[in-house]
Design a protein around this ligand. Structure first.
Ligand code: AMP
Ligand code: GLY
Length: 467
């Protein structure tokens, strides 16, 4: 089939690669030329991603069978609606459905109306004058979020981004003064994970759970970013996430799709829940209406031989063959190479030389993000996440070691989080969760022999992951 991929980052490079591998013909609409996608595409349009009519015109001219939308900006701008108005099926919800991501206030209100479980305590001050009173109601650490899109970077967490309520209140007031709606939420304590699913008219089809590393620096220090890397475990659970908690998160996704539908909003595409596993079970931090970047790359890497083109076409048309939704039982680790200073003040412009054939030979895949071609085997870093390297193995730390080994084939100045997917980091997360589940219990350091192997494949094998 002929498919239009909208977007030009590493997630879209991976999406395009998975489609071409399945025999699809690819055309691309993106603001900048992605060196990876350019190699794969039969045609491309340079366009800002909010240009719904231009993108839909391009799709029509290219006689595409369907479109797959990567990032949130085109969903927010109604690109899906413009394509559907021309009877082109789309992987991606309408502008109305995408509000579940584009307006955190819409999302929380919807889930409150329909009593979807797993929500933190939250409120939304109607005016600057109300902020102090609403904050006082929490009496516990809290979080401030602009309701609109912030690329994960506008959220302030007490204890991490500000020490006590006063600067938090000032931040909330400054956002309201700029005309933004603000959400206050209780600060949840636990480990974060991402649970994505394909959403069709007849049900949802979960992907493996993934953990994203949001903070810029090793040890989860530094500012919130779009995600510095991610890993997934062989059994599609995570070192700190068991099958029951994952199922509870999937139930929240299912109930949320039902809530949208109950309000007359159809949804065909990807639903991504960002969860915090707390001592009380999974709580929803946010929804995204698309593949995570990077988490979507982990999921696409694990997609079985089944035909990804056919699967996405099915999602776009609202009906998939459940046999097409199969993910391999392997662990993955992804690390982003970013410009120095990324997460605070990025210094773009550095040139990296990258020996792609050697890296691929070693079983690690390369996906290009915010980079431009700079001659044979070289790219220039932009201001955002530059190159994703993803490796797989039977255990997470082995996949992480593969990516680390691949770094020997990249020369130049960049920053990467070496701690992602290491045994020490996995043990720390497992122990963190264990100490929360047993409050008062003295945290005991995990011997490495216990921390090392991933859990054996659980009963949640792919066939059981379908809903
Ligand atoms: P969001 O854009 O809502 O996913 O928030 C970005 C990041 O802020 C999340 O990935 C968390 O690390 C953090 N965060 C958001 N909401 C909360 C919360 N209620 N409690 C603790 N951390 C949060
Ligand atoms: N990795 C976070 C996101 O895709 O929003």
């Amino acid at each position: 089939m002929r498919v239009l991929v909208v977007g030009g980052g590493a997630r879209e490079h991976a999406l395009g690669q998975a489609l071409v591998r399945a025999g699809a013909e690819l055309v691309v609409a993106s603001p900048q030329a992605n060196p990876g996608l350019e190699r794969l595409a039969r045609g491309s349009l340079r366009v800002d991603l909010d240009q719904a009519v231009r993108i839909a015109d391009f799709g029509e001219r290219q006689e595409i069978d369907y479109a797959a939308i990567g990032p949130e900006a085109p969903l927010a701008a109604g690109v899906s609606d413009a394509l559907r108005a021309r009877e082109i099926p789309v992987v991606g919800p309408s502008q109305a459905g995408a509000q579940i991501e584009t307006s955190k206030w819409f999302c929380r209100e919807l889930l409150r109306r329909h009593q979807v479980p797993g929500q933190p305590r939250w409120s939304s001050p109607a005016s600057i004058e109300e902020v102090d009173a609403r904050i006082a109601e929490f009496a516990t650490p809290f979080v401030i979020k602009p309701s609109g899109l912030t690329a994960g970077k506008g959220v302030w967490v007490q204890g991490a981004d500000f020490p006590d309520p006063r600067p938090g209140a000032a931040y909330a007031k400054s956002l309201i003064a700029q005309g933004q709606r603000v959400l206050l939420e209780e600060r949840l304590e636990g480990e974060e994970f991402s649970q994505m699913a394909f959403v069709t008219d007849s049900g949802i089809y979960p992907m493996p759970a993934v953990q994203d590393f949001k903070r810029a620096l090793e040890g989860d220090k530094g500012g919130n970013t779009g995600g510095m890397g991610s890993y997934s475990q062989r059994d599609h659970l995570l070192p700190f996430l068991d099958a029951a908690h994952r199922e509870a998160a999937i139930d929240i996704l299912r109930a949320s799709v039902a809530a949208l539908r109950a309000e007359g909003i159809e949804y065909r595409g990807i639903l991504y829940g960002g969860f915090m596993l707390t001592a009380q079970g999974p709580k929803l931090l946010e929804f995204n209406a698309r593949f995570g970047d990077p988490e979507g790359i982990n999921a696409m890497t694990l997609y079985e031989e089944g035909n990804f083109d056919e699967l996405l076409y099915g999602v776009a048309c609202g009906r998939v063959d459940p046999n097409l939704v199969q993910f391999r039982l392997r662990a993955t680790v992804l690390k982003y190479l970013v410009p120095p200073g990324y997460g605070d003040r990025a210094q773009p412009g550095g040139v990296l030389t990258i020996d792609e054939p050697r890296i691929e030979e070693a079983g690690v895949h390369v996906y290009f993000g915010s980079v431009e071609a700079a001659g044979p085997g070289a790219v220039r870093l932009g201001a955002s996440r530059g190159i994703a390297l993803i490796g797989e193995a039977s255990a997470i730390h082995e996949a992480g070691a593969r990516v680390e080994a691949a770094l020997a084939h990249v020369a130049g100045t960049y920053y990467v989080r070496h701690d992602i997917g290491t045994l020490a980091d996995l043990a720390r997360r497992r122990e963190h969760m264990r100490s929360l589940f047993a409050p008062g219990a003295k945290p005991s350091p995990l011997p490495l022999s216990v921390a090392a192997p991933d859990a054996p494949p659980s009963s949640a094998a792919p066939a059981d992951l379908r809903t």
